[in-house]
Design a protein around this ligand. Structure first.
Ligand SMILES: Cc1cc2nc3c(=O)[nH]c(=O)nc-3n(C[C@H](O)[C@H](O)[C@H](O)COP(=O)(O)OP(=O)(O)OC[C@H]3O[C@@H](n4cnc5c(N)ncnc54)[C@H](O)[C@@H]3O)c2cc1C
Ligand code: SF4
Length: 496
């Protein structure tokens, strides 16, 4: 650490966000451009360079956090970039999107605000691009071995980049028209602008990775043909089978899954559509599901100028501070967190009993009712206790012209003819494709990485698993590997 007393003399300061009334009128990232750089070195200097850095342990990628904190504090951005990229292929993604388990595990967080690790990460990543520290790293020699990666989300991209750098010929198959997985169609641009993705895709292409978009494995090419054509296959198809809400009125028009709604808004940002066919403009919107996907729907509906928006959460409202008994440091605690989208909800009307940030906790949907034309007009709910039992006298009705279901996902698709079905891949108890500690499925030469195996998770876990699966594939093909793999990427529990 450049200043051993930094944590005593400098208060935690996060990247400043643009004013709400400005940012809800565009799709750009919510942060003030250039707002982080003037403060980030002093923030990095709050790091105590702990003998046992719990931040490093808490990070699924094993990021070398104290090392790059010190380098940023000293102004050595090139070395910081090298250390950051040593463990993370795409730090500009995690620096924007990660819920930062490293900060929950930061030793400073025991009795004062944690180091702003995520902000330091994104500052290094952005500066790396601005200063030209990031360049293509094509292999010096080719192995002559071939690998197909199915799915171009963060897991598939990380695996493809590692394997291409190891000298293998890598093709990424993606059923969407553009690569990126949920980073492209799912996560809104106000959380991460797509130019971040484009730059990395350009780097991968320059390193030799070939992208075959608009090709669905199982439909446009059989899984067996793919397996026969390549020496190894990595399945990184994500966890895309969504959960349903089985209540009366579900069949009414105007009730959609979050992942039917969000990609259309992404397409507006890409310039494919002028207006989303499911636009929330002028509508009373109710989002069923209190998680981050619901918050993404909320931020999108605000930007589309909904008449009102309310997000329902079946769980009771979490507290503002860590419950030391139930979730002691350094675990990732359930807290009442105010995302940028929730901050923006104050721009719109919400249900009378909802928070100013549009959230209604401990609320369970009973049924939907609609108009004569078969379109939803109201959502009927009941308050529930911590055991999800209805509380007498708490039934109420919310106006609803657009209902968005953000209830999570079961695992990868397994319908007849799907990739999982064609290869006869076993599905584990949690819904993910079964694999051993080396990311191998029961089918020789077929490996799995990311949400497809892990179940619905996080970008940081997808990258960690992509790296680890790449190392496993390289070892399987060559008998040995020099590719680094995050320790324990397979074994650690789901979520953060
Ligand atoms: C709306 C939303 C917001 C999120 N926000 C965050 C966030 O802020 N931070 C965070 O850390 N995590 C977030 N997540 C979770 C995160 O996006 C995922 O954990 C991560 O993207 C998983 O990566 P993946 O590569 O395993 O799969 P995905 O990103 O899902 O990519 C899988 C890809 O495989 C393709 N595919 C599927 N089947 C086939 C086939 N048969 N042939 C060809 N291609 C196929 C799909 O089209 C898709 O592009 C969010 C998730 C959602 C749904
Ligand atoms: S735990 Fe916190 S203070 Fe300690 S090394 Fe990591 S970032 Fe620095």
């Amino acid at each position: 650490m450049a200043d051993p007393k930094g944590f005593l003399t400098t208060a935690r300061q996060e990247a400043p966000r643009r004013p709400v009334d400005e940012r809800v009128r565009d799709w750009d990232e919510v942060y003030v451009p250039g707002g982080l750089l003037p403060i980030v070195s002093a923030q990095a200097d709050r790091c105590m360079d702990c003998g046992i850095p719990f931040c490093h342990e808490a990070c699924p990628l094993g990021n070398l956090i104290p090392e790059w904190n010190e380098l940023v504090a000293r102004g050595d951005w090139r070395a910081a970039s090298e250390r950051l990229h040593a463990t993370n292929n795409f730090p500009e993604f995690t620096g924007r999107l990660c819920p930062a388990p490293c900060e929950a595990g930061c030793v400073l967080a025991i009795n004062q605000p944690a180091v702003t690790i995520k902000n330091v990460e994104v500052a290094i990543a952005d500066r790396s691009w601005d200063e030209g520290f990031v360049s293509a790293q094509p292999p010096e020699r080719h192995t002559g071995r071939t690998v197909a990666v199915v799915g171009s989300g963060p897991a598939g991209l990380a695996a493809a980049q590692q394997l291409a750098r190891a000298g293998h010929t890598v093709a990424v198959y993606e059923r969407d028209d553009r690569a990126g997985g949920l980073l492209r169609y799912g996560i809104p641009a106000f959380k991460m602008e797509k130019r971040q993705l484009e730059r990395r895709l350009g780097q991968l292409t320059d390193e030799g990775v070939r992208f075959r978009t608009s090709v669905e494995v199982g439909r446009d090419i059989t899984a067996h043909r793919l397996r026969a054509r390549y020496d190894a296959v990595i399945v990184a198809t994500g966890s895309t089978a969504w959960r349903e809400l089985d209540v009366a009125g579900r069949e009414l028009g105007g009730i959609h899954q979050a992942m039917e709604y969000l990609p259309l808004a992404n397409r507006v940002c890409e310039g494919d559509l002028t207006v989303s066919p499911l636009s929330a403009a002028g509508k009373h919107v109710v989002i069923v599901g209190g998680g981050d996907t619901g918050a993404d729907c909320l931020g999108t509906a605000v930007r589309e100028q909904a008449a009102s928006v309310t997000q329902l959460d079946i769980y009771t409202q979490p507290g503002d501070v860590r419950d030391e008994e139930a979730e002691p440091w350094p675990t990732y605690p359930k807290l009442y967190r105010l995302s940028a989208a929730h901050e923006e909800a104050g721009e719109l009307k919400t249900a009378p009993e909802a928070d100013a940030d549009a959230r209604l906790f401990a609320a369970s949907t009973l049924r939907f009712t609609g108009d004569a034309g078969g379109h939803v007009r109201a959502l009927h709910l009941v308050g529930v206790d911590a055991g999800r039992r209805p509380r007498a006298g708490t039934e109420r009705t919310l106006p609803a012209d657009l209902v968005l279901l953000a209830l999570g996902f079961h695992g990868p698709e397994r319908h007849v003819g799907s990739l999982v079905d064609q290869l006869g891949l076993e599905v584990g108890e949690r819904g993910g494709i079964a694999r051993d500690a080396g990311f191998a499925t029961e089918v020789p030469g077929v490996f799995v990485a990311g949400d497809a195996g892990r179940g619905q998770s996080l970008v940081v876990w997808a990258i960690a698993e992509g790296r680890a699966a790449a190392a496993a594939v390289d070892r399987w093909l060559m008998g040995t590997t020099r590719l680094p793999a995050p320790v324990g990427a397979h074994d650690r529990p789901m979520g953060v």
